[in-house]
Design a protein around this ligand. Structure first.
Ligand code: NDP
Ligand code: 2IT
Length: 449
């Protein structure tokens, strides 16, 4: 394992996030390799950290003033042992190969946990959608798809949304794919309802995350009723995490974006949440405007010079990081525990730094790692693919109840694997081991390919 990490460091020295994700998974799977020496003989670790294919391409586009811009497009097809490549697209200026590889790597194990047959991939671009008009977004999406279309397909690779890619972008991407391929297939998920989307897909990541949290609390005979919750982010995942917490009687006191966060001591209610959805999804405004509309709340501007985010330093019972990788640092983890947080459940991908993760692991809190806790989004993407294949649509109750069953099953699978391999109660070990075993067994079955 040391050899593999050394290799990554030497071959791809800048890939810090990818190495972080690999190190975290490898940290859990040693007992599996000790039990099954055939895994070592088949060099499964060496194979699983190497993407099956990486596509990097030029994305030229023209803004509304006639100025030409060039961005970089990516698709990392990490592993297709248990199904076609599947994973989101991210449009954000921080996008680079290391970020794409870490997200694709995490996706492999997450998808494996969903109980559905989906391999792992991720893609996106360093394009910054902030402040861009609808026409600019459309032209960018069309140019992006003008290259991506030749690499994807409903049985090959099925992208979806992630940061900066929602229903609007999926629409423009799908339109271009359909034109180029002359076929109407379920090649993307997160589509609009009236042309192939699934009910409950927009809600799925957030709802699933809260279902997972509820399962964790159940092991201690607790629930979310009356619990004070810190939520970060204010995009898709944060909105529906908050919504489900409210349904279950919890109190959400924070939301954020990259500029800062709001603290609302009275807590969000259905009307305030509607305002957040309108503000973020339609007006594309800033979370600061929440504090302007509700003057009894406070707004705190982000300070990149700090070693912690004050959002995590309020008295609370539960914390749901739903914004960005490495948003919870060592000091944040300490602050949470000192403030009484009993449960951390990750809606974002890899939001905890390794140092923060160590603190959570050494404590007695319930800690739900992202690859298990936020798998509800891709799980319902899998259900969207199933509905597309059958050319029918399930009602919301059916999709929601399948989502709940999948989250309960992921929770139980994590606990069982953790117990079996001598780490009882560790959702980190359980998620890594269970996700890993299913994929490597498929790799062994399929030979050296
Ligand atoms: P959105 O684009 O809808 O929202 C992202 C949110 O995070 C925005 O509020 C954004 O604020 C905020 N944000 C971005 N960067 C930072 C930062 N540096 N500090 C604080 N806040 C920040 O994306 P999603 O809600 O879809 O994604 C959020 C997380 O959930 C990501 O980690 C994503 O990978 C993960 N995820 C998403 C799934 C999905 O189905 N969408 C599924 C599973 C995981 P701003 O407007 O300022 O950029
Ligand atoms: O990180 C993720 O799981 C997603 N962005 C969703 C991927 C998907 O294919 O629905």
């Amino acid at each position: 394992m040391d050899e593999i990490l050394k290799n990554i460091k030497e071959k791809d020295p800048g890939e810090i996030e990818f190495k972080q994700a690999v190190e975290e998974v490898l940290g859990s799977v040693k007992p599996v390799l000790d039990r099954y020496p055939e895994y070592r003989r088949a060099a499964v670790l060496e194979r699983i950290v190497e993407p099956e294919r990486v596509i990097i391409f030029r994305v030229p586009w023209m803004d509304d003033e006639g100025q030409v811009h060039v961005n970089r497009g990516f698709r990392v097809e990490m592993n297709s042992a248990i199904g076609p490549f599947k994973g989101g697209l991210r449009f954000h200026p921080s996008v680079k190969l290391s970020i794409m590889k870490f997200l694709a790597f995490e996706q492999v194990f997450k998808n494996s946990l969903t109980t559905l047959g989906m391999g792992g991939a991720k893609g996106g671009s360093d394009f910054n959608p902030k402040g861009r008009s609808d026409h600019e977004i459309m032209r960018f999406c069309q140019s992006f798809m003008a290259e991506l279309f030749r690499h994807i397909g409903p049985h090959t690779d099925i992208p979806a949304g992630d940061i900066g890619v929602g229903t609007r972008e999926i629409g423009y991407l799908f339109g271009m794919y359909k034109k180029l391929k002359n076929e109407f297939t379920g090649v993307l998920t997160g589509k609009s309802l009236n042309w192939g989307g699934s009910l409950v897909r927009p809600e799925a990541t957030g709802y699933g995350c809260v279902y997972f949290a509820s399962e964790m609390l159940k092991t201690r005979n607790q629930n979310l009723e009356g619990r004070t919750c810190l939520v970060s982010g204010s995009g898709n995942v944060a909105q529906y995490t908050s919504e489900k917490i409210l349904h279950l009687g919890g109190r959400v006191v924070t939301l954020s974006d990259s500029s800062g966060y709001v603290y609302d001591a009275q807590g969000l209610d259905a009307d305030k949440l509607e305002f957040v959805k309108y503000l973020k999804n339609i007006k594309r405004g800033r979370i600061e405007q929440y504090a302007e509309k509700y003057p009894e709340t406070s707004y705190f501007q982000a300070d990149p010079g700090l070693d912690h985010n004050p959002l995590w330093n309020h008295k609370a019972d539960c914390a749901f990081p739903c914004a960005f990788e490495n948003e919870v640092q060592q000091q944040d983890a300490r602050n949470m525990i000192n403030n009484g947080v009993q449960l951390v459940c990750e809606g974002a991908n890899m939001p905890a730094t390794p140092e923060a993760l160590d603190i959570f692991s050494d404590s007695n809190i319930l800690y739900g790692p992202s690859k298990a806790a936020n798998a509800g989004g891709v799980a319902v993407s899998g259900l969207e693919m199933a509905q597309n294949s059958m050319r029918l649509n399930w009602p919301a109750e059916e999709v929601n109840s399948r989502l709940k069953i999948i989250m309960q099953s992921i929770h139980q699978t994590c606990l069982n694997a953790a117990e079996e391999y001598g780490e009882p109660g560790s959702y980190v070990a359980g998620a890594n081991i269970a996700g890993f075993v299913k994929v490597v067994n498929a790799m062994l079955d399929q030979g050296l390919v």
